[in-house]
Design a protein around this ligand. Structure first.
Ligand code: ATP
Ligand code: MG
Length: 202
């Protein structure tokens, strides 16, 4: 069953584009529980545009473009982490930023993932710095008992970096999404098909 959390080593690394590709390939619905910053195209809008899959509305839509804990405070919104969970069945759930981004002053995304016990896909850049960021992210998830499904790399090929991250952590490499230009539903589907195996997400 396609039921995954998509997290990553940082903000702006391509989690939404990977989520859209995975949703498109599997037909699984997408959910971004908390969106902060509504000025630009939201992640849900991007996924709907690229993947054409059902998108569950965000539970919290915060105006301020900041970490959810801070955006909620500025917007005067109270995020209830107790009730924040995906419904049963197929879903691709995207966090915000990296695994240790605070949802509230006392709960991090990784704490939520640990509570949900849904396998996490770690998105990581291939650019310089990724070995450190990726291994730190994996350690932090493991320290909280979060199940890790695999690594999805994003960017130009960096075979040695990808191999050492997977080798040292023992987390399998699912594939790598290259930079796609132009980026649309069709080119995204082609890139996913060429670089990932659908059976790895069953
Ligand atoms: N494989 C790719 N090919 C081309 N452009 C990409 C690719 N991956 C990401 N991008 C572009 O990089 C930018 C950041 O990507 P994306 O929104 O997926 O990041 P994110 O990790 O989801 O960020 P956030 O933490 O804000 O949710 C976007 O403009 C997106 O279109
Ligand atoms: Mg995103």
């Amino acid at each position: 069953m396609t039921r995954f959390v998509v997290t990553g080593t940082d903000t702006g690394i391509g989690k939404t584009i990977f989520s859209a590709a995975l949703a498109q390939a599997t037909g699984a619905p997408y959910w971004k529980p908390i969106q902060s910053g509504l000025e630009e195209e939201t992640d849900s809008e991007t996924v709907a545009r690229l993947a054409g899959v059902p998108v569950r509305p965000e539970t919290y839509r915060l105006i301020t473009p900041a970490s959810p804990h801070r955006a909620a405070e500025i917007d005067n919104v109270n995020i209830d982490v107790e009730t924040l969970a995906p419904p049963p069945g197929e879903f691709i759930v995207e966090g915000a930023g990296g695994a240790l981004v605070p949802v509230t002053r006392t709960t991090l995304y990784a704490d939520l993932f640990a509570r949900w016990q849904i396998p996490v896909i770690v998105c990581a850049r291939t650019a310089l710095g990724t070995i450190n960021h990726s291994l730190l992210t994996i350690e932090a998830l493991r320290a909280r008992g979060v199940p890790i499904h695999g690594l999805a790399f994003l960017g130009d090929a960096a075979e040695d970096s990808e191999a050492i991250i997977s080798g040292i952590s023992g987390v399998r490499r699912l594939g790598r999404l290259p930079i796609i230009d132009p980026l649309n539903g069709e080119t995204l589907a082609e890139a996913f098909k060429a670089n990932f195996a659908l059976r790895d997400f069953a």
